[in-house]
Design a protein around this ligand. Sequence first.
Ligand code: AMP
Length: 213
Amino acid sequence: MKNIILIAPPAAGKGTQADMLCYKYNLVHISIGDLLREEIKKGSEIGHYLESQMKSGKLVKDKIIIDLLHNRLNENDCKKGFILDGFPRNLNQAEQLDKMNIKIDYVFYLDVEKEVLINRITGRVVCSSCGTVYNNLIETLKSKQENICDKCNSELIKRIDDNIETFENRYETYINETQPIIDFYRNKGILYDIKQLEKQEVFEEIVKILGDI
Ligand code: AMP
């Protein structure tokens, strides 16, 4: 059983890598963004707050995120090992995770330049049902049928925060709040820098490090 964290700027492809790695290693994919989007769909009171934070590219309050994660990690399937996609996003969250006494084995930092991210944001679409990510502007990441998910045939939609204005705020939040956790994990000796760009190359680089876990 191994527990893994993926750190990356917005639109770097952490969700896609998490899916591929979970499939290969039979791990559980925990996407905090997806958990928040599910909460928004329910139309609850807290959903309005979550939606406004997401739309403005700001982080959701730590207490809400920690509770959400804590509940998810207590579910039985997580015992087989998990990949955290989108957590931690700041130092306080990293410290709170330490306090949960859950061993993290590997942290992968996907280093992607801002210009590349902006190009990816423009074409990104996601499945409204299963969350699979596609990109209309990148040949290898297009769905087979326009606007239809290859996996479940549902409609592909644009995320509420995938636009240039929100991206600028998300990127700034990432630089100011999330980047400090890179050194936090580097100092623990469990951080691996992944400098590849293409989806398949990133995946292979990570698999080379993980081996047959
Ligand atoms: P993502 O799907 O990971 O790109 O996350 C989308 C948005 O959800 C972020 O821009 C934040 O508004 C919120 N979010 C996701 N993960 C976290 C987190 N760990 N802490 C606070 N807010 C988060």
